[in-house]
Each structure stands twice: as structure tokens, then as C-alpha cells.
Design a protein around this ligand. Structure first.
Ligand code: PLP
Ligand code: COI
Length: 340
């Protein structure tokens, strides 16, 4: 497969239209058979439910070229499952999980020339998404929906690649205790736009959100879960019903335990304990695992011993092992790698 002539190493996390996208339409109570299409644009009624009441959700996963030239993707069954759960919470008709995985395979195959070469530092990002498309004016779910998958080659999510980043503790809440923080609803990201613009203006890379009820516990950032490493090398991740169950985080906990032989703990993490950790990272499909060097809480700085120039040793091992599995250098647990 001849790859597109792109300077892969210099691309950031942006949108670049590729050759094909997948579309399936829901009407009269059923999903149609779906197809790959060329047009990246969508024509919608002015009163479409997604435009008026934000009835939309999405997923994110990546396709990789392995060292021996195969094209693979990572745990698409878990994205299928999470989107299924999200759709139910948003009163949308869930897209069947087996068809989701099939559509992922089809759209990667059709855009194989856009899957960046092994070792380039870039990957093909897949964005499955779904929205209510027919006109509604009273507040109620739509009757018609589109399920789509777009693909775009991407580089690192944070500028500077794998250099440690700086977070600020946000005064805004990301999710309510019985709200939608645990699903991938577009509305969660709409609410994060103002806080992220403010954080960037103040010179920070991202926000750390605390739990809305008590503002004492660590939740997550706008687009990634937290992983901490204790001074005695235990991997700790916050447990909460209002954070997104990150597939990367769940995978890294398995990597930490099964591949690196580390003790792992998923539990409530109080903000007061953060200063005692040795390393901190943000994990997600886009973020992979990005090291955090510093967290600023209203002017008070927490500086991790791993510093602002290098990734800490444990986060670095976790990252190498996970990306090694994703790129076919290390044998992954059964079912993690799906060949296209
Ligand atoms: N948390 C939020 C709010 C996210 O948007 C994402 C991205 O998908 C994640 C965590 C990481 O999840 P995953 O590892 O499944 O990509
Ligand atoms: C992902 O990691 O796939 C996400 O959806 C996060 C998003 C903020 C880019």
C-alpha cells in the first residue's frame, strides 16, 4: 500500500479530510446497511435536534502501521460498547456493536494510504459519531439519526510531543454526580470550551477538574484520565462515577500489572495527596500517556519530582509498553489488536 506523501512527523492534532468516511442512517426505527462515501460535508435541516439540543455523541480510536507493515487498530470493541452505553443515556438508538467494529475495519481499509507509516510518530485517528438529524422544536429526542466515522491523520495531542505539561485546577465543574460525565456526550465538551480557552489564555496546557460535589477529589481533564505513580512505584488512578471510563487507562492498568509487575490501585484520589506522588500522566486515545510536570492550584504550585524536561521512568515504561503493543512490537493480550 503506497502511503500519501505527507510530512508525517510534523503534523499536529488537527483535521485533514481523507478519501472515505462511513455513513449509516437511522429512519423508521432501523439503521440502514451503511456505506462509504466521498463527501465530507453534511446537509441538515435548520431545526435538526443536534443543532438545537446538542443530541450528539462520539468516540475516538486509532489505526497504526506495525513494524512489519500490517495495519491494525486497538480494542475497537470497547469503543463500540462505550458508544452503545452513551447512546442509551442520550435516548439515541444504539448502533449495533458488531456493526460498529465492521464499520471501523471498512473505513480504515478504505483510507489505508492515510495510515501513517511505522515510526513516523503519527497515527490515523478515527472519530465515530452519531447525532439526531430530523427537525424537532419541542425538547425531545430525534426520530432520525446519522452514525458516521471520519478519519484523519494526527500527531501528538499536546504541542511539544511528549514533553511534560502544566495543568491548572479549574474552578469550573466538568460533570455532576448524576450527570453525563461517564459517557462521551458532545455536551461534556461544549461545556469545557470556556474553561480550556481561559486555561490556555493563562498559559496552561489543560484543566484538572475536581469532583463537583465536594471539590476535594481528582476527576479528570477535559479529554483524558489521570494516572499517578507513588514514590514506592504503585500506579494509582482515580475512581469516580462521573469520569469517562478511558480505554487507554484501563489498558495501562493491565500493562502496569501484567507486563511491568507493578501494584495498581483504582480508588478515590484526594487533591491533597497529589503533592505526594512521584509522577503524573494523562491517558487517552489522543493523549496516549502524556506526562504532567506541574499542577497549579490558584497560584500554589505542585511540581512532580519527574520534572519539566523528561517523562518520569514509570510513565515512560508504561508508554513504551502500550505503544509497543499498539504498533505490533510487543505481543498484546488476546483481542487487543485487530488486524485490518
Ligand atoms: N476522558 C475524557 C473526558 C475523554 O474525552 C477521553 C477521550 O476519549 C478520555 C478520558 C480517554 O478515553 P480513551 O482512552 O478511551 O480514549
Ligand atoms: C480521544 O482521546 O479520542 C478524545 O476523544 C479526546 C478528545 C478531547 C480529543
Amino acid at each position: 500500500m503506497e502511503k500519501k506523501n505527507i510530512d508525517w512527523a510534523s503534523i499536529g492534532f488537527g483535521y485533514m479530510p481523507t478519501d472515505k468516511r462511513y455513513v449509516s442512517l437511522y429512519k423508521d426505527g432501523a439503521w440502514d446497511q451503511g456505506a462509504l462515501v466521498d463527501d465530507p460535508n453534511i446537509v441538515l435541516n435548520e431545526c435538526a435536534c443536534v443543532l438545537q439540543y446538542a443530541q450528539t455523541c462520539f468516540e475516538g480510536l486509532k489505526a497504526y502501521t506495525t513494524e512489519d507493515g500490517r495495519t491494525v487498530c486497538f480494542r475497537p470493541d470497547l469503543n463500540a460498547e462505550r458508544m452503545y452505553d452513551t447512546a442509551k443515556r442520550l435516548e439515541m438508538p444504539p448502533f449495533p456493536k458488531d456493526r460498529f467494529v465492521e464499520a471501523v475495519k471498512q473505513v480504515i481499509k478504505a483510507n489505508e494510504a492515510w495510515v501513517p507509516p511505522y515510526g513516523s510518530g503519527a497515527t490515523l485517528y478515527l472519530r465515530p459519531y452519531m447525532f439526531g438529524s430530523n427537525a424537532v422544536i419541542g425538547v425531545k429526542p430525534a426520530d432520525e439519526y446519522q452514525f458516521r466515522i471520519l478519519t484523519t491523520p494526527v500527531g501528538p495531542y499536546f504541542k511539544g510531543g511528549v514533553k511534560p505539561i502544566t495543568l491548572c485546577v479549574s474552578d469550573f465543574d466538568r460533570a455532576a454526580p448524576h450527570g453525563t460525565g461517564h459517557i462521551k456526550a458532545g455536551l461534556n465538551y461544549a461545556m469545557s470550551l470556556h474553561p480550556i480557552v481561559e486555561a490556555h489564555k493563562a498559559g496552561f496546557d489543560e484543566n484538572m477538574y475536581l469532583d463537583a460535589a465536594t471539590r476535594t477529589k481528582v476527576e479528570e481533564t477535559g479529554g483524558a484520565n489521570f494516572l499517578f505513580v507513588t514514590k514506592d512505584n504503585k500506579v494509582v488512578t482515580p475512581k469516580s462515577n462521573s469520569i469517562l471510563p478511558s480505554i487507554t487507562r484501563r489498558s495501562l492498568m493491565v500493562v502496569a500489572k501484567e507486563y511491568l509487575g507493578l501494584e495498581v490501585e483504582e480508588r478515590e484520589v484526594y487533591f491533597d495527596e497529589v503533592k505526594d506522588f512521584a509522577e503524573c500522566g494523562l491517558c487517552g486515545t489522543a493523549a496516549v500517556i502524556s506526562p504532567v510536570g506541574k499542577i497549579v492550584d490558584h497560584g500554589k504550585e505542585i511540581c512532580f519530582p519527574s520534572g519539566m524536561t523528561e517523562m518520569g521512568p514509570t510513565i515512560s515504561k508504561l508508554r513504551d509498553t502500550l505503544t509497543g503493543i499498539q504498533m505490533g512490537k510487543i505481543e498484546g493480550p488476546e483481542g487487543w489488536i485487530v488486524e485490518i
